[in-house]
Structures are given as structure tokens and as C-alpha cells.
Design a protein around this ligand. Sequence first.
Ligand code: SF4
Length: 238
Amino acid sequence: MQVEVVGEEIKCLVEKLNFAQKVDRSLGLIREAYQEHGDRLVVANSLGKDSVAVWHLAKCVSPDIRGFIVTTRFKPKETVEFMKQEVERYPERRVFRNDEPIPDRLYETDPDKCCDILKVKPTRQAMEEMNVACWVTGLRCTEGRTRADYQEIEERDKGLIKLNPILIWEEREVWQYLALNGVRVNPLYTKGYRSLGCEPCTKISVGGDERSGRWIGTSKCGGECGIHTRPLKLDYQI
Ligand code: SF4
């Protein structure tokens, strides 16, 4: 059984464990959660590298594990095409999208509101419609300043577990895993992106912080869309 670790211990594991140990740890976390939650465990997918790594790990645990993708009207065409191919290949992954009208250029005037409507709301819908007890994410603590303080197993919403099985992986180790396992990735990475999101809010960036190309020019720069920070119970209203 995996021992739950928090805070500084998580940071130590990033340094202390080698690649193979991290893969084993991630598989163990998913396996244990799947044994506990069965079909009520689902894997979230943002169509980025971390998500496809987690999906591959989950499929190693059980081919029956389900997933969901939250997409928006502003996803780049490459991401949309990649999503279509992925869903064709794994139809057990459902797609959620909110098409309700929003003000023009809301992503500039109020990106938090835009993300709330287009990303957080459909994530809540996924939780409800798929009867989720445990959702699995590709969140990593070395991605950027906003991701340093998460835990591998969390319960931010009462009754809804969030599992972050690759929390202690570094960027290089994600690419190492994907290369070694021949996992297909979003073609936008060939252009130099390190973190992928909606087109108006994602730029190619260099430097230490992987997420620094997100929401450049707004107060949200390098930040979060809200699915990891906002309540995900459907009865919560924006
Ligand atoms: S990433 Fe940008 S366009 Fe996409 S939902 Fe958030 S603010 Fe809107």
C-alpha cells in the first residue's frame, strides 16, 4: 500500500526517486484507487503530454478505465484534430463542452470567468454524468508556481477524490515515459509549446516555468483555469 506523503516530503520524492521508481509509484497509486473505486474512477484529459502519459498508465492498470476530455470553442485546430483521433481510438473517453453564449473576447476582459464557464462548468458536468468518485489528473508539482503544493491524493470536494499519480514527475520524465512507450502526443509540441491550452491564452515560452506561456498579459499569467482550484460539485453555481 502506498504511504500518503505531503508537502516537503513530496518535494523530496521528486529528487530522490529515479524514473523507474516513479513509474512504479504512479501505477501503484492508480491500481489502489481503481481497486477502491472501480468504474467510478475516471481519467481527465486535457490533450497535453501529462494527460496522455496518465492515460497510458491507467490503461496499463486496466483497459476498462474510462476517461473524459473537456474542450472549448477556443482550442487550436491541431488539438481538435488530435482529440478526434484520440476519441476514435478510445471511445470510452467522453467529451464535454459548454457552448453557451459568452461575451466577445471574454478571455481578455475576464479570463477567470471565461475559464469558469468553458472549463470548470463542463468538468462539473463530467463528474455528475459519469458518477465520478475519483478523478485522475496529470498535474505535476514542478510545472509552475501554482502547482507546488498539491498532494498525490486529495479530497478538495467532499466525497470526490482527486488522484494526481504523476505529481512527482519532472518534465523530462514525462517525455522519457512517452518516448519509451511510443505514446502519441499533440502535434503542437513540435512547434515548441511546453504547456497547451486554448489558442488565445497560450504562447510558446522558454525558461524554468513550464506554464509561463499561459494567459500572458493577464493577471492569470502562468496560473490555473480553475478545475484544480474551484469546487467541482454540480450544485455549486458560478
Ligand atoms: S483558457 Fe482562455 S479561452 Fe480558454 S476558457 Fe480559459 S480564458 Fe477562455
